[in-house]
Design a protein around this ligand. Sequence first.
Ligand SMILES: *Cc1c(COP(=O)(O)O)cnc(C)c1O
Length: 395
Amino acid sequence: MSKYQVNNNGYYGRFGGQYVPEMLYPNVETLRHSYLDIINSDSFQKEYKELLKNYVGRPTPLTLAKRMSAEYNANIWLKREDCAHTGAHKINNAIGQILIARHMGKTRIIAETGAGQHGVATATVCAMFGMKCAVYMGEVDIERQAPNVARMKMLGAEVIPAVSGNMTLKDATNEALRDWISNPEDTFYLIGSVVGPHPYPDMVAKLQAIISEESKSQFREQSGGKDLPDYVVACIGGGSNAAGSFYYYLNDENVRLIAIEAAGLGLNSKDTAASISRGSEGIIHGSRTMLMQTDDGQIIEPYSISAGLDYPGVGPLHSFLSECGRETVLAATDQEALDAAIELTRLEGIIPALESAHALAGLRKLKLKKNDNVIVTISGRGDKDMATYMNRFNL
Ligand SMILES: *Cc1c(COP(=O)(O)O)cnc(C)c1O
């Protein structure tokens, strides 16, 4: 087994684990005992691959960005998760987990959401399977993210406001966990990134690994004889698109893996979401990882222009990969991401999500050589960010 895989106790080095209240332990343990058998079963793989192909529209393209390549004097390849149904990579995970839920005999799905993107992906797959769906969302986020709230409702999900604390993602997560404790028999908790107690980080990484499974063979086919790229670059909020983008390259030690966090107004400002660069070790959402906290352990509200990167923690896999040097973590500010978004749009005719724009902004921070091959994951499309782009670019 690879040294980068989770161990039998649910840890990556000292990161990860299952830091949950006793009342939640049976639910998490039941999932831990079933998830690998289900994922590895023929019936799961057949259904998962069929839906990825005929519902999501996979494989997503690997596009050689010609004008970007000329600009950066290197070969820039784009892994196009923006082309997936619902416009981002989150659907890969939502489909995988709802299939696991059905294999376990569950009839009701719950989820938490901050910006609403994971809520929309969850509501989408619940509609497809005709399953009951409740999405917890902070009252403040419900007001900030009205279009995604409307999408979830149109898809038939019940959106339940969390009114405790700051009324944002952390509070929605607490409410979802309470729901799961009260409804252990019929309910499956569908988590949206490589976060939470074991086995979620490993399960979500495996469900997003399709991104690198595809990019590896697409690169071989399209590169004219090169076996592997020199760099793979992805943005990192909780870290699921990055985990999926890196997964099949982890043991190819010559491929440099670059994760880009959101620096917000600047790494040294208080308005940032750079949990690895600026955070410290602690426990959040059931696992030991890097997070943004005060000296006495209170979670600091993160800030980024990008709603999907605006998360105070990061998946334990990334804390581990960064500490052991397998992945390099850099950060891009709001302004750098905006500059990168307009650059991609004008050079390639692709409007990226603000999250993905952070990954693109990372390109300027690499010392690229001519003939270097760089795969950048475009985790999603920019439609959802048009209000921000209109405001910032005076459109
Ligand atoms: C949610 C989201 C992200 C951040 O989540 P990860 O788990 O870090 O991938 C990035 N890009 C898009 C388009 C998203 O919707």
